[in-house]
Design a protein around this ligand. Structure first.
Ligand SMILES: Cc1cc2nc3c(=O)[nH]c(=O)nc-3n(C[C@H](O)[C@H](O)[C@H](O)COP(=O)(O)O)c2cc1C
Length: 325
């Protein structure tokens, strides 16, 4: 048995089943800080380029520094296409930081990533995945996890093959987004594949795809050890709290307005007023989706450029669909 197998600190054990998903351009420090208050078991960083890390790109180093400087558990997700790239990036990370885990992105279907052979393009090359995982698991002093899709397309569903490679190279856990790469985010994720993976793999399995409410969680969490939630947090920023209270907690309009103000403030404190407000506009669009006059508020949000004006706009929100109005 190799060192990785016996070392306890490679074990993947969280205090609850909830993991926040990596969301490029979204799951930044303010977003993670906001959701860490609801105490999920683990939070993912944004996607970080292994190559940019090796070149010591300042923006990338800052993303890494932010991810690893939190007082809650964070997995740093990296992408790349070559074993050497991953090796160097992981050596850099573990020399300077101690995140909960490093995740290798094998699921991103975005053109600018796959055209360089990274993200979901890796799933077309199981031999390369084997080489990457053998190389990095040999040197990694931290947990290594992988995030995969079902395969590139319906004719090449190969997640079980990739899982077997991960098992044999002593990866600590596998996250499966149960769509193919060409599906992008369309249609519904097929959770019966998550169950098959759980039944056929010894590693802890993180199921991912379309958990938007507590009922989704109840239905889908049966199939795996952990669940990863992405877009659900955008439509309902209280989703983690709702799930961890076993469906007891339901937010009202005041709660929603307060969390919007909190997120706005975190963004402005972090990025400054101009960029912070700009970032918040997209979140605002998601947050108001469930309220009356959503379109009117979303459009108004796009005209706001000052922190204080956004606070006033949030204060204006009134909806008869919420119990305390
Ligand atoms: C805007 C956006 C950005 C994403 N960025 C990443 C990423 O950087 N890395 C990754 O592995 N997955 C990324 N994903 C995929 C999510 O992590 C997740 O697998 C997917 O959204 C399905 O989960 P959900 O239905 O809970 O959102 C992204 C998804 C969206 C919508």
């Amino acid at each position: 048995m190799c060192d990785r197998q016996i070392a306890e600190h490679f074990e993947f054990k969280l205090k609850n089943k909830i993991i926040t998903a990596p969301l490029a351009g979204i799951s930044d420090r303010p977003f993670r800080d906001l959701h860490s208050e609801f105490l999920p078991g683990l939070l993912y960083s944004e996607l970080i380029s292994a190559e940019a890390l090796i070149r010591k790109n300042q923006k990338t180093l800052k993303m890494l520094d932010d991810a690893c400087g939190s007082d809650y558990p964070v997995t740093v997700q990296i992408f790349g296409a070559e074993p050497g790239q991953f090796k160097n990036a992981i050596e850099y990370i573990q020399t300077h930081y101690n995140p909960f885990a490093i995740d290798i992105n094998m699921g991103c279907p975005v053109k600018k990533i796959v055209k360089n052979g990274a993200g979901a393009a890796l799933m077309k090359k199981p031999e390369l995945i084997k080489k990457i995982l053998e190389t990095i698991c040999k040197i990694a002093k931290l947990r290594i996890t992988i995030k995969i899709r079902l395969g590139w397309n319906n004719d090449s569903i190969n997640y079980l093959e990739i899982a077997k490679i991960a098992e044999n190279t002593n990866v600590s856990a596998i996250a499966l987004h149960c769509r193919t790469a060409v599906q992008m985010y369309s249609g519904k994720g097929d959770w019966h594949y998550v169950k098959i993976l759980k039944d056929n793999c010894k590693l802890p399995i993180i199921g991912n795809g379309d958990i938007l409410n507590y009922d989704d969680y109840l239905e889908k969490s049966r199939f795996c050890d952990y669940v990863m939630i992405g877009r659900g947090l955008l439509y309902n920023p209280f989703l983690i709290k709702e799930i961890l209270s076993a469906g007891e907690y339901k937010h009202n309009i005041t709660d929603l307005k307060n969390i919007m103000k909190k997120h706005l403030k975190l963004l402005v404190d972090y990025y400054g007023e101009i960029i912070g407000v700009k970032h918040f506009r997209k979140f605002f669009g998601w947050y108001v989706k469930s309220i009356a006059n959503a379109k009117k508020f979303r459009e108004a949000g796009f005209r706001v450029s000052k922190f204080q004006d956004f606070v006033l706009l949030i204060e204006e929100i009134y909806t008869p669909t919420f119990p305390d109005n």
